[in-house]
Design a protein around this ligand. Structure first.
Ligand SMILES: [Zn+2]
Ligand SMILES: [Zn+2]
Length: 134
């Protein structure tokens, strides 16, 4: 199977493509995801065969106090990705909502729910992890 999935930031300066995805993807309710994505939770997915098609020079990288690195478009502010501390850009997990089309990924968990915003209900059909995935 050889598929290509395209994504972009809001202003479309940053565009990318990947060939596949990690097996797992979770809705992360941690406070950093809330702030970074400006929403109740962030959903990031590991990718295979990432290529930046355009806008590489627009990528801006913010290192949080805990060392994790978050990447966004400095033109439009779109939240694009996440890396663990000291990870190279190649290991970025991408914000799942930046893909243009349907992708073969199923959210299978809700993590860091200890920090959930009180105005957002959890999904009853998905496993809940108070902190990270065990
Ligand atoms: Zn942009
Ligand atoms: Zn998070």
């Amino acid at each position: 199977m050889n598929s290509t999935y395209h994504g972009s930031c809001l202003c479309n300066k940053v565009t990318f493509r990947v060939n596949g995805f990690s097996a797992q993807a979770a809705n992360c309710h941690c406070t950093m995801c809330q702030k970074f994505h400006g929403s109740a939770f962030g959903t990031l997915v590991g990718v295979v065969g990432l290529n930046w098609n355009s806008g590489f020079e627009c990528l801006k990288h913010y290192t949080a106090p805990n060392g994790t690195i978050r990447t966004f478009c400095q033109e439009c502010g779109s939240s694009l990705g996440f890396r663990v501390k000291n990870a190279p850009l190649e290991e970025i997990e991408l914000a799942i909502a930046t893909f243009n089309d349907d992708i073969p990924v199923k959210i299978d968990a809700q993590i860091f729910t200890n920090y959930r915003a009180n105005w957002c209900a959890l999904q009853p059909d998905l496993p809940i992890f108070n902190e990270g995935r065990k």
